[in-house]
Design a protein around this ligand. Structure first.
Ligand SMILES: [Zn+2]
Length: 348
């Protein structure tokens, strides 16, 4: 196996509280899709309504093993447990049939490295990955309260799925100001990572990053995170979206092409990627965005692709599923990225 790693770094910028938008509830009719694409304010509501309408069936019998390091707060354990339960109910069917999913809440890197490696002690690749990822000097385990600056990562082993959450001592993921404004970072982070496991399973490869450009793999996971924060209310989801997009930067005509690879510096693969996936989902439905992963995985034949092979394969899958090339889509979606930047809604 040649597993890669996926990361979720959720960073929020706090600004003054203003209005929020509501997500739609009904399944979009063809006319409302046309309306969404001619009125960009309707794109996000139409996309999330499509996700509402396409809820996956609950996967029965999935075993979840929670393991929290001593010192992880009760509050944090509660958030993680609750949100994993929600993710299993709403996204679990995407995972195929793993025997067990491990959910690790780590408070220090050293414990994380030793503990995660110990889950599958004979897996040398896992051991190597954790030694690299949680090496001295990495940022994991160092976040300060409320710690929503660092999220977690999913290790996309098809057979041995693990989610690791950065749950340092004192972390709650909840800032009282955000809580009051209806921003739900906890459900955003957990379902984001859980969904990466689903993407990987759908792809039939060791990691979604083997077949999909970064804007798509991260953007789709961000969209799922925003959607899942509706656990409490639609307005909560809208506010979580606003918070997520706070650091959105102005797009250029070459933005999407640049975001085919990670740009952890500015995180625009998460934000512009989420907008691009929203647009795709509003236009063509949620299920098609899942079919795209399956098709890209099928074309890759289970191999982990990189560089131009990855983009060529994804482009072919995109043509099959959507009838247009990636470059054509990039040209079509860029005005929506530009509009979204001009119309950003502060969450706080
Ligand atoms: Zn991610």
């Amino acid at each position: 196996m040649k597993p890669l790693l996926s990361f979720s770094l959720i960073a929020l910028l706090l600004t003054a509280l203003t209005a929020c938008t509501q997500h739609g509830e009904a399944k979009p009719a063809a006319s409302s899709v046309d309306e969404a694409l001619s009125n960009y304010a309707e794109v996000a509501p139409t996309a999330y309504a499509s996700m509402d309408a396409a809820e996956e069936p609950v996967l029965q019998g999935i075993e979840i093993d929670f393991d929290f390091q001593d010192g992880v707060s009760e509050e944090m354990r509660g958030y993680i447990t609750e949100n994993v339960g929600y993710s299993v109910a709403h996204l679990g069917a995407l995972l195929g049939t793993p025997e067990i999913v491990h959910v690790v809440g780590m408070s220090t890197r050293d414990w994380g490295k030793e503990h995660i490696t110990g889950i599958y002690p004979n897996d040398g690749v896992l051991s190597d990955d954790m030694n690299n990822m949680l090496a001295d000097g990495s940022q994991w385990g160092k976040a300060t309260a409320p710690c929503r600056g660092m999220g977690g990562f999913a290790i996309g082993y098809t057979e041995n799925p693990i989610i690791v959450l950065d749950a340092g001592t004192g972390c709650t993921w909840v800032d009282p100001q955000e809580e009051a404004a209806g921003i739900d970072v906890a459900s955003d982070v957990v379902s984001h990572e859980f969904f990466h496991l689903g993407q990987t399973a759908l792809s039939g490869t060791d990691n979604i990053s083997c077949v999909a450009p970064t804007w798509f793999s991260e953007g789709q996971a961000v969209v799922v995170g925003i959607h899942s924060s509706r656990m409490d209310s639609q307005s909560r989801s809208a506010q979580t979206r606003n918070a997520t997009l706070n650091w959105l930067e102005k797009a250029s005509s070459s933005s999407m092409k640049q975001l085919e690879k990670p740009d952890y510096d500015k995180m625009q693969e998460y934000r512009q990627g989420a907008l691009a996936v929203e647009y795709l989902v509003a236009r063509s439905g949620w299920k098609k965005s899942l079919e795209l992963i399956s098709e890209a995985g099928r074309l890759a034949g289970g191999q982990c692709l990189s560089d131009q092979d990855l983009i060529d394969g994804f482009n072919t899958a995109f043509l099959t599923v959507y009838g247009q090339s990636l470059d054509q889509f990039y040209a079509e979606v860029t005005p929506y990225l530009e509009w979204s930047f001009e119309n950003k809604q502060p969450a706080l």
